[in-house]
Ligand binder design. Structure first.
Ligand code: MN
Length: 720
């Protein structure tokens, strides 16, 4: 980790003049003197003079090659907030431009009387505001944060993690989006060292242990490349250095790898003279080592939005190790290091150079949004699209920022707040207006969740929720409900079926006799047993057989005679006219898809928590159903069930034929519920009659009668 050495003002001035010969050096010197005066006597938590902080911030800004106004602001950035100095004083002494920047930086961090959440939202908004006004404000803020992170060890431990997390959440992505990769990497590593200290140290240590070996490898690769380039007469600066710890950590986490399994710890960089040479070298590299398909990226022809340009490729290097190679020109390299900052130097006015501005179209949009609208919601929306394209930032009514993936809905928001809020949410107010639960949230929305204590999650929510948290919570809840209803259905089935065999299920259960027997099938608890029966995984007949076969309770003989009386019970009791594999008294419904009628071969299907549905045995639903949940079913001879069955009659299109058909149906004592008649261009008629049928014999008779009519071409029962 970088430690801060003492920075001297002359070093900063020398550096600024090295890249900007006409810089107003006096402005920087004056700022230094003023800052030293007003911060006098103040110390930082580390015990060093406070002035070291603004000096370090100014140094970071000069490292980014920023102009004298930005560097001066670095020196003055804390004066208005932390000393008696006023913004008017700054304006009088240092002019409009510096005071504008100081004001911008001060406003981002200004502590208001609001609570923590309000401040969080407000700061966020201000940061976007500031950025839209002048990108230098954000660069100064980044430099400020970088130095604070470098000296975070002096903060109380409870604050360290919070600050580090915020840095990782907001500042590092911001640096990344602005293309300032050097700051991005340092912020990420520093944050990680506080958030997951142990992990950080471990990776750091392993990098040290393996460094000799790695350096040897790097030398070998560099030599090989150099040799080849010499052959082609191309000059290049080749460096190979270890990736930063955070990127190794992310890779280990994402790909669930161990440190030892990460081979491409080193990234090679080739800096060459021209764009043309970049592509030549790429060809040479690919001729030495086999490139990995899909890993080649041409950011030279298609620069990133932050103007980053480079060629990236990954190849199988010596010893079969993957090596990552970046190829770019000197100029591209400076953009890669300082990003947008590389284009902020030597500026005349407040705004960014027109030429660069045009290429930073996303930033220009933010700037235009600032002049056209004063709505903070729209700002956040623009910010979302441009800086964090995959996230939305919304607010609780208390002003707390909630980050959600793009496409999230109020239900996702509710589950993010608390799973109880999610389970009970009945509606939502977005920006004060009632909105559907499936509405997609936009950055800046204020979301209020309406709850009702007896409301339950809906399976339909799964169709639109975006976050995995909401999905898993809803699924968990549904599973639990299904388990509960499976248990009660299972208990009902068991009690009734055991009773039929003169066995007392509750008693057997209490005596652990049943659990003893099913334990070898992996069932340990009563609820598991009941759920298995209710769910259809375990046949109740199987349970009963265990007792009947073993002659338990001394009821061996009684059992046999009982089974015949059991049948009778079924016939008498069943109101559905259907017997299902020994189960009785459960809710039975008829499948709407196939409309089974007495006489059809049928199957029962255990519907989770809803009893049993009866289908025709060859119904497409049964064919594709899970076999564990299918039950044998028979029609009860005494059944009085009447089903409405559609039959299709295709006949010639001639007068009187329809009347003949309907009268033949009636003559079989069959009611017609509905008739649909359609003629076709081929002079045939297609008639569909819904008729009331109480058994298959009746249906056959009706079909037979219709078929006998002259002019009828085809009669068939319709099944879906
Ligand atoms: Mn500061």
């Amino acid at each position: 980790m970088k430690k801060t050495g003492v920075v001297r003002i002359n070093d900063i001035i020398d550096q600024v003049t090295s890249y900007h010969a006409e810089a107003d050096v006096d402005l920087i010197r004056k700022s230094y003197v003023f800052s030293a005066k007003v911060h006098q006597g103040q110390t930082r938590l580390s015990g060093e003079p406070y002035l070291n902080h603004p000096l370090s911030v100014a140094k970071i800004l000069s490292d980014l090659n920023l102009d004298e106004y930005a560097v001066s602001t670095g020196l003055l950035h804390d004066t208005v907030e932390d000393t008696y100095a006023t913004i008017e004083e700054i304006q009088n002494n240092f002019g409009e431009e510096v005071s504008f920047l100081v004001d911008g930086v001060t406003n981002i961090t200004k502590i208001t009387n609001k609570n923590r959440q309000d401040r969080q939202a407000e700061n966020f908004r201000k940061m976007i505001l500031a950025m839209s006004m002048d990108i230098r404000v954000i660069l100064i803020k980044l430099a400020d944060r970088l130095h604070n992170m470098r000296t975070l060890e002096y903060m109380p431990p409870e604050k360290q993690k919070n600050i580090a997390q915020q840095t990782l959440d907001i500042y590092a992505p911001l640096a990344n989006r602005l293309g300032i990769y050097s700051i991005k990497r340092e912020l990420e590593d520093l944050s990680l060292s506080y958030i997951h200290e142990k992990m950080y140290r471990e990776i750091e240590e392993k990098l040290v242990i393996t460094s000799d070996q790695r350096e040897k490898y790097v030398r070998e690769v560099v030599c090989l490349i150099q040799e080849k380039l010499n052959q082609f007469g191309i000059n290049a600066r080749i460096t190979g250095r270890s990736k930063h710890i955070y990127s190794i950590y992310s890779k280990m986490l994402q790909q669930k790898l161990d440190f030892s399994q990460i081979y491409d710890l080193t990234a090679f960089r080739l800096i060459v003279g021209s764009r043309k040479e970049c592509f030549e070298i790429l060809g040479i590299i690919h001729s030495i080592w086999k490139p990995i398909p899909g890993k080649f990226k041409d950011y030279i022809s298609l620069p990133k939005a932050n103007m980053y340009q480079s060629l990236h490729t990954t190849a199988i290097g010596p010893e079969g190790q993957r090596i990552e190679i970046q190829i770019r020109t000197e100029e591209m390299d400076s953009v890669a290091k300082n990003g947008i900052a590389a284009h902020c130097k030597y500026k005349e006015g407040r705004k960014i150079d027109q030429g660069y501005d045009q290429r930073f179209s996303w930033l220009r949009q933010v700037m235009e949004a600032q002049t056209e609208v004063r709505d903070s919601h729209e700002f956040l929306e623009t910010f979302r699209v441009d800086i964090f394209p995959d996230e939305v930032y919304v607010f609780t009514p208390a002003g707390e920022v909630v980050e959600l993936p793009k496409g999230s809905t109020p239900v996702d928001f509710a589950y993010r707040i608390h799973s109880d809020v999610g389970h009970r949410c009945v509606g939502a107010k977005i920006n004060g207006n009632i909105a559907p639960l499936k509405n997609q949230l936009k950055s800046g929305d204020v979301v209020e969740i309406l709850t009702s204590s007896n409301h339950k999650p809906s399976r339909d929510w799964l169709k639109f929720v975006k976050t995995s948290r909401a999905k898993s919570k809803i699924r968990q809840w549904i599973k639990l409900q299904e388990l509960k209803s499976s248990i009660s259905l299972g208990r009902e089935i068991c009690e009734k079926e055991f009773r039929k065999h003169n066995l007392n299920f509750s008693k057997l259960l209490k005596g652990d006799k049943i659990l003893e027997r099913v334990s070898k099938e992996g069932i340990k608890k009563t609820d598991d047993l009941l759920a298995a029966v209710g769910h259809g995984r375990l046949r109740v007949r199987h349970l009963i057989n265990m007792f009947l076969e073993e002659g338990l309770n001394g009821k061996k003989h009684a059992a046999q005679s009982l089974s015949s009386s059991a049948k009778k019970v079924v016939c008498r009791k069943s109101g559905h006219g259907i017997r299902i594999d020994g189960i009785d008294g459960v809710m039975v419904r008829h499948g709407k898809c196939c409309n089974p009628i007495p006489g059809d071969r049928i199957m029962g299907y255990i519907t989770r928590g809803k009893g049993v549905t009866v289908h025709v045995a060859d119904c497409s639903f049964v064919v594709s159903a899970c076999p564990d949940r299918l039950l044998d079913a028979q029609w009860d001879e005494t059944s009085r069930h009447v089903a409405t069955v559609p039959i299709e009659v295709i006949c010639e299109d001639k007068t009187g034929l329809l009347a003949e058909i309907t009268s033949s149906i009636s003559s079989e004592k069959t009611n017609i519920v509905k008739a649909k008649i359609k003629t076709t261009p081929e002079e045939t008629a297609v008639n569909v009659f819904d008729i009331e049928i109480s058994n298959l014999k009746q249906l056959d008779a009706v079909i037979h009668a219709i078929k006998k009519i002259r002019g009828v071409l085809k009669v068939s029962r319709l099944k879906s």
